[in-house]
Ligand binder design. Structure first.
Ligand code: PLP
Length: 485
């Protein structure tokens, strides 16, 4: 079709402005009033069916698209914006994050090493994060889609720096000896997945047993390394956890840093949410040693109070980081001036070339709230976890199932007379009923072979009373389910 003068821009900009204003009102009101609605609502079958419709041939216009968004999508959000959402480890975000996302979409930057303000914003945010995490200014860093990708990047740098240049050039099969790494049994699944993605294989990540506080056992780690060396394998890295997903435990990071240095291993830390303990003088001791890591991965969309998806990887050896990901292409060559003259080339620090303007949310959040306010939220959530643990200890029908050193609490309904799989099923049923009731959203995990109820508190909207609502619901629902068994 030849140029008929039309673009995808609206013919009536005022009509767009009108929808936009109503949209902002609806979204802002939705967040303002979120406490008064259900934490989560299951989507009815007839609404699900609407998502089977084929792509429309003829556009219906923005008003219709907005109407459909209100009818079928907005009411069935996940619920993590609600004050009583504590499932998995899912951040809450802020209303400013909504506005930042809008501004980022309007600018529509591509952060692939092209000069624009966005590049400076990302470099500045990474610089702030380096300082917060105790990394030197000479380190490099990248904002990622989340901590899974940040772990992958950190571990790829580790693999290539210990495996040697042949790994990148010729592949793992070209290097002699099998590379093996170590993480605790409680390490996040994204670490093992990174091993698989990197061609190392899941089994090359040795899962080290934990002590009674669910922290990696150092003697067990030493034994595993010795066994692997005796078998002719090549230990290349140890992955510490700062805040495990199950219980918020932190491995002995200082001892791991010492061990890694003594044995020539790369020390990577998965600090998805635990990293934020570093910004509080009350909590930073828990993660002491984080600043000695060769690389760390963490999220801003969990405790950093920004909407999805923003994670970060920091790498001490900036040159090793760049070497790992640099890929030359004639059309990407930098120029001394003009658009291709950006100092911060994010596309040389990870697998993505085109990258969205992830940095704007954190940049706005840091400017708006300041670090002190973000620290207060982290401290509040940790205090709330301690309050929950204290009440659980006092309730005869509940059992605390692990220490709660940070912001994760695990417990179970005892269900008099029930045990094993029956008690597991009861606790899972309690969680599902509470989720479906819309009162709150806890989730479950498995600890030492038992299903337990789990709260991960990374929610600036939660008030102390919200946790009493949840615990009352657990007691009430637990009794009701037990009575039916
Ligand atoms: C300890 C830990 N590491 C890594 C991840 C993965 O992070 P993301 O979901 O941002 O990829 C999580 C997610 O909960 C986590 O808790």
């Amino acid at each position: 079709m030849s140029d008929d003068g039309r673009t995808l821009d609206p013919t009536d900009w005022e009509a767009v402005r009108s929808v936009g204003h109503r949209m902002v009102d609806t979204l802002v009101d939705g967040l303002r009033d979120v406490r008064h609605g259900p934490a989560w609502s299951p989507m009815p079958a007839e609404v699900k069916a609407r998502f089977q419709a084929p792509a429309p041939r003829q556009g219906r216009g923005l008003e219709a698209a907005w109407a459909e968004l209100q009818r079928s999508v907005l009411p069935y959000r996940l619920g993590n914006v609600h004050p009583r959402f504590w499932a998995r480890v899912i951040g809450t975000g802020t209303v400013t994050g909504v506005l930042a996302a809008m501004a980022a979409a309007a600018m529509n930057n591509n952060l692939s090493g092209l000069e624009s303000a966005a590049v400076h914003v990302e470099a500045q945010v990474v610089g702030w994060l380096k300082e917060l995490m105790g990394f030197p200014a000479s380190a490099s860093g990248l904002l990622t889609s989340g901590c899974s990708l940040a772990n992958l990047i950190g571990l790829q740098v580790a693999r290539d720096s210990r495996g040697g240049p042949a790994v990148k050039a010729e592949g793992l099969q070209s290097v002699p000896g099998r590379l093996v790494g170590y993480a605790s049994e409680e390490a996040h699944s994204s670490v093992a997945r990174a091993f698989a993605v990197l061609g190392l294989g899941n089994a090359s990540l040795r899962r080290i047993p934990v002590d009674e506080s669910l922290r990696m056992s150092l003697p067990a780690l030493e034994r595993a390394i010795e066994n692997d060396l005796r078998a002719g394998l090549r230990p290349f890295c140890v992955v510490g956890s700062a805040g495990t997903v199950n219980t918020g435990a932190t491995d002995p990071l200082e001892a791991l840093a010492d061990l890694a240095r003594a044995r020539g291993l790369v020390f990577h830390v998965d600090a998805a949410f635990g990293a934020w303990a570093r910004i509080s003088p009350l909590l930073s001791d828990q993660v002491r040693g984080l600043e000695r890591a060769d690389s760390i991965a963490f999220d801003l969309h969990k405790w950093g109070a920004v909407p999805y998806g923003v994670g970060c990887v920091l790498v001490r050896d900036a040159e090793a980081h760049r070497r790992t990901f640099q890929a030359s292409a004639a059309y990407l060559a930098p120029h001394p001036r003009g658009v291709s003259a950006a100092d911060y080339a994010g596309h040389e620090l990870g697998p993505e070339l085109s990258r969205p303007f992830r940095a704007l949310g954190p940049w706005m959040a840091f400017q708006e709230h300041g670090l002190d306010r973000l620290r207060e939220v982290v401290e509040k959530n940790v205090e709330q976890a301690a309050r929950v643990a204290a009440r659980v200890r006092q309730e005869p029908e509940l059992e605390l199932t692990a220490p709660a050193p940070l912001n994760v609490v695990t417990f179970r309904y005892r269900g008099q007379g029930l045990e094993g799989a029956d008690l597991d099923a009861l606790n899972a049923e309690v969680v599902m009923r509470i989720q479906e009731s819309g009162v709150a959203v806890p989730s479950t995990t498995r600890l030492r072979g038992r299903t337990v109820i789990r709260l991960a508190i990374v929610n600036h909207r939660s008030l102390d009373e919200d946790f009493d609502v949840l615990l009352d619901a657990v007691l009430q629902t637990g009794r009701a389910v037990a009575a039916q068994r």
